[in-house]
Design a protein around this ligand. Structure first.
Ligand SMILES: [Zn+2]
Length: 246
């Protein structure tokens, strides 16, 4: 069956002699793969339209039960120019792609919400919103979708509502007693508020949340750590991105 899909290209790897393999996040089919035959030849008509971290319209033959398809033609729909012209932003976008690939790889069906979150995050990076914040909001929203959101309503241990600390390991906020018994240092109130704002607000409220602080680096560190501890996901791209962050 002849099909067309619009997707976000997350990665590109060499495949056989002249081909490349793409991993693409789509609304309709979730995370799928494409083989672009001959894309590494000088004469390839598709080579310029299958760059990672762009949005492309892809024509292909869809077959039920498959997750790897043969790409016929591709056309760039959104290039995210500012991301590609900036080393820090491309490193940040790679973290988004990395997280998406890890979290969506076992999702065979469609993934409209996952797709929307990634597209929104890429657009916000491209528009120049703080990258530490956009990454934090994306990870937090994704964790919510996957049922591993940080608990920022009460102490994760005892349910008390007076909060004094945040722990990636415990998965959210802690009261003074629980934090003390676990040996976890108290946090500044402003830090707890900022983290709560991120988890509650999400990517829909980036413009409001970005006014709340000059830096969201610590929140991002906490969320990356939570993903590692509670979902077993190690974001390799994050170490590379962090080198540019300071
Ligand atoms: Zn407690």
């Amino acid at each position: 069956m002849n099909d067309t899909v619009t997707g976000l290209i997350l990665s590109q790897a060499d495949y056989r002699d002249h081909d490349v393999m793409l991993r693409v996040m789509t609304k309709e089919y979730g995370l799928i793969g494409f083989i672009a035959a001959g894309a590494r030849k000088m004469t390839s008509k598709n080579a310029g339209s299958i760059l990672p971290l762009t949005k492309a319209e892809i024509h292909f033959d869809y077959k039920d039960g498959k997750s790897l398809f043969r790409l016929k033609t591709a056309r760039t729909r959104e290039f995210f120019r500012n991301i590609h012209e900036d080393l820090v932003l491309s490193a940040a976008a790679s973290v988004l792609a990395d997280a998406c690939m890890h979290m969506c790889q076992d999702n065979p069906a469609g993934a409209p919400e996952e797709y929307e979150l990634l597209e929104t995050a890429l657009a916000q990076l491209n528009e120049g919103h703080p990258h530490t914040l956009v990454l934090s909001l994306y990870l937090s929203d994704m964790m919510k979708l996957f049922g591993i959101a940080a608990d920022v309503d009460e102490c994760v241990r005892c349910g008390a509502t007076t909060i004094r600390a945040l722990s990636a390991k415990e998965g959210g906020f802690l009261c003074a007693d629980c934090a003390s018994s676990l040996g976890i240092p108290f946090s500044e109130v402003s830090e707890l508020k900022r983290f709560r704002l991120i988890v509650k607000g999400g990517l829909k409220h980036t413009e409001i949340i970005e006014k709340a602080s000059a830096s969201f680096e610590r929140d991002l560190e906490t969320l990356v750590e939570m993903l590692r501890l509670h979902a077993g996901i190690e974001l390799r791209s994050f170490a590379f991105y962090k080198r540019f962050c300071h």
